[in-house]
Design a protein around this ligand. Structure first.
Ligand SMILES: [Ca+2]
Length: 123
């Protein structure tokens, strides 16, 4: 079962790689290896780029987040998903979880809710 899961993950990763290099170019301007957050929808407004965790989003981003991009790089044992939490210090529940390469231009349920995030191995 473990072997199957690893194989499946490899297939999913390579499928994502194909998608990324096809005509559906990534819309969000966010460096490779980073998780980016914008204060406005459609990757607009103020942007903050995170290479690691931030358990205490500052006031100019806390409860201001309106679009998100996970440009984390996948690899064996790498935490390439990002969970965003309602409260600081990863409290209050997850408002949004992004897989590697995932970009969310707007999400009504998560809009202006986030206050901390962590890299994780899955959603
Ligand atoms: Ca906002």
């Amino acid at each position: 079962m473990k072997r199957f899961t690893a194989l499946l993950a490899a297939v999913l990763v390579s499928a994502g790689g194909v998608l990324a290099t096809s005509s559906t170019a990534q819309a969000a301007s966010c460096r490779s290896g980073y998780f980016c957050v914008w204060t406005h929808a459609n990757f607009d407004g103020m942007k903050i780029e995170h290479s690691g965790d931030d358990h205490w989003w500052e006031g100019n981003m806390s409860n201001q987040d309106s679009s998100w991009a996970n440009h984390g790089v996948s690899g064996p044992g790498v935490k390439d998903h990002v969970k965003i939490y309602d409260g600081r210090k990863l409290t209050g529940g997850v408002t949004l979880c992004l897989g590697p390469g995932q970009e969310v231009s707007y999400n009504a349920r998560a809009n202006d809710k986030g206050s901390s995030h962590t890299w994780t191995s899955g959603c």
